[in-house]
Design a protein around this ligand. Sequence first.
Ligand SMILES: [Fe+2]
Ligand SMILES: [Fe+2]
Length: 173
Amino acid sequence: MKLFRCRICGDPYLGASAPSFCPFCGAPERYMVPAEEYQDRNLVPDLSARSRANLEKALELEVGNASFYMCASACSPDPVSQAMFKALAKAESEHASVICKILRAPKPEIKPDDKACRKDDKANFASSHEREKRAVAFYRQAAEEAVEERVKEVFAALTEIESYHIALSETRK
Ligand SMILES: [Fe+2]
Ligand SMILES: [Fe+2]
């Protein structure tokens, strides 16, 4: 067994080899590094006003999506959908954590948003699809606007991860 760390969320992973996707934030394998090579790059001095505003908006978006997925998981009658929404809630919550680390802000408490989801899986997957599409469009723009290497990297990774989430919702809506 070896110890790896994710360059996006920083979480440690024990396994024979690097996972194809980070089990915590969903970043693809190329972001997984041997723990000895990991460097914490979340201290970004002199965050630009634009990046700060984009990170704050991203935090709101991630917290909103995590709350939605928690609700969707709790409301679903189907065990597979429950598990899928739970996995997505965990990934979005992890994204919120990374953003808070860069913003040097405490992580807000994330609770299921009972008004955001419905009792109907199909409607929730359709809503998931719209949420992830909005996220991808915003993160792509935020990555372009970022002048700090670390902020650019995180927004680029989030763009990629949320694109995989869109593909997931497409198989189920
Ligand atoms: Fe990760
Ligand atoms: Fe996310």
